[in-house]
Design a protein around this ligand. Structure first.
Ligand code: AMO
Length: 442
């Protein structure tokens, strides 16, 4: 007799009356007198396995097993509509244990994993196996795939940006320094300068990279390691072309998630953010006026929106414009990175913008300065070391079209769509100032 071929669990409903070899993990086990029911899980689904005897009853959750059994139709009254394989079960003939598992520290069989965040993360290798956690990662996979697809359809070329960089492009202190042989370098805060250089090469580029932020505070929306979805393109007529491309991209992502993740969204009672017509665009100062009128809190002179402001402007956008997303543009030039394009009509403010959704920022973008002399001037004024951004400046010295771009945080989009309370749930292995896999001792 030859070796039996493995059947995937999703194929079992088509195998009624046949003997099959299944491989997977014990999801749950229930003993009913002499009869044992095991829910067996593989990459394709879950199926009920039933039998009597020590072989089955000695199994524990997360044991890795192989079983040989016969697929049988369940009687009408025992059909489980919640399972794709709910009309059948597998009557066990032989069980082989491939790998044992220790007693689980908590019940993984529940529909909702009711754990505190530290417990969820301290036990990540196990908790990631729970359907809710897998769903988050799958939704994120769809988001990233959709970003790539959206831009490829618009003729963008994907490139690989470096993670070790010689100078800080975004300004600020939230950067990890690395010892680079005998020199000092940094982990990339953003592929910003490289996507601009590459715009001089391919005209339209995007990259999907890890970026690193030494965030000195612990919040529900900041990670130290982020998946950044970056795009940049040339020959724009105005900063509004960049807004338009960003809107096209996020709409594409939302459409793909709504089409491909219906069940996963339902697990989180999540809905795709609604956008009635266009995503509204407001200038920072206009947004602050709106917020002041609504909340009576006066932040009209601030250089950025506070978390409360972000929530307030989202409420306005939904009530007045039927959109759960809103672009806020024209931040004070001095408060944004050196490369951002000052508005010719009012150079105190620039043509940079953020996309705010459901109360927090999902994306930043803008038009960039393409004029070499102005760029050098700005870099100096912003305290950027000219020598260290020599390659970047070279791209502008030798001809750069009017251009702009944007970057979404993949975890922020995931958090926004699924309504996750903490961004740490939106990534498999979150890094923050208190954690690198395990909690760091103070
Ligand atoms: P910015 O610094 O706003 O812009 O980052 C772009 C987007 O990346 C995400 N993000 C983060 N997500 C989680 N934790 C963090 N610590 C974190 N930091 C950033 C956010 C944010 O909107 N070079 C510009 C982009 C551009 O202009 O093209 C930049 O880096 O979703």
């Amino acid at each position: 007799m030859g070796i039996m071929k493995r059947t995937l669990i999703c194929e079992t409903p088509k195998a009624v009356g046949k003997e099959v070899l299944l491989k997977g993990w014990v999801n749950t086990k229930r003993d009913h007198g002499k009869i044992t029911f095991v829910d067996l899980r593989d990459r394709s689904g879950i199926v009920q396995v039933v039998g009597s005897g020590e072989e089955l009853s000695s199994l524990k959750p997360e044991y890795v097993i192989e079983i040989v059994g016969e697929v049988k139709k369940r009687p009408e009254n025992l059909v489980n509509p919640k399972l794709k394989t709910g009309e059948i079960e597998v009557e066990v003939k032989k069980v082989t244990v491939l790998s044992k598992a220790e007693e689980l520290p908590f019940d993984m069989g529940k529909e909702v994993l009711d754990l505190t965040l530290p417990v969820l993360l301290d036990n990540r290798a196990i908790t990631l196996r729970h359907p809710t956690q897998k769903a988050i990662l799958k939704v994120q996979e769809v988001i990233i795939d959709a970003f790539r697809k959206a831009l490829k359809e618009k003729d963008f070329v994907e490139f690989q940006a470096p993670s070790i960089i010689p100078e800080i492009p975004e300004g600020g202190a939230d950067v990890f320094e690395v010892k680079y042989f005998d020199h000092k370098a940094y982990l990339a805060q953003s592929p910003q300068l490289y996507k601009q250089i590459m715009t001089g090469v391919f005209e339209r580029v995007f990259s999907i990279n890890k970026i690193f932020r030494a965030e000195p505070s612990v919040t529900t929306r900041h990670l130290a390691e982020v998946v950044s979805l970056d795009a940049e393109f040339g020959f724009i007529d105005s900063w509004l072309d960049v807004v338009e491309m960003a809107e096209y991209t996020i709409r594409y992502i939302l459409k793909e998630v709504s089409e491909k993740c219906e069940k996963k969204l339902a697990m989180f009672n999540a809905t795709i953010p609604q956008i009635k017509d266009k995503i509204p665009v407001v200038k920072l100062r206009e947004a602050q006026e709106i917020i002041f009128k609504r909340t009576k809190i006066d932040n009209r002179k601030e250089k950025d929106l506070s978390p409360e402001d972000e929530r307030a402007i989202c409420e306005w956008a939904l009530e007045e414009k039927g959109s759960e997303l809103v672009f806020v543009s024209h931040y004070p030039t001095k408060s944004r990175p050196f490369y951002t394009y000052p508005d010719p009509d009012d150079p105190e403010f620039n043509q940079g913008f953020d996309l705010i959704g459901r109360g927090f920022e999902w994306m930043t973008g803008g038009r960039r300065i393409e004029n070499y002399e102005l760029l050098v001037e700005h870099a100096k004024e912003w305290g950027v070391n000219i020598e260290k951004i020599g390659l970047y400046l070279q791209a502008f010295k030798y001809g750069m079209p009017p251009e702009g771009g944007f970057a979404f945080g993949a975890e922020r989009i995931t958090q926004g769509i699924l309504g996750l309370k903490n961004i740490r749930e939106g990534t498999a292995f979150p890094r923050d100032m208190e954690r690198v896999d395990f909690r760091l001792s103070k």
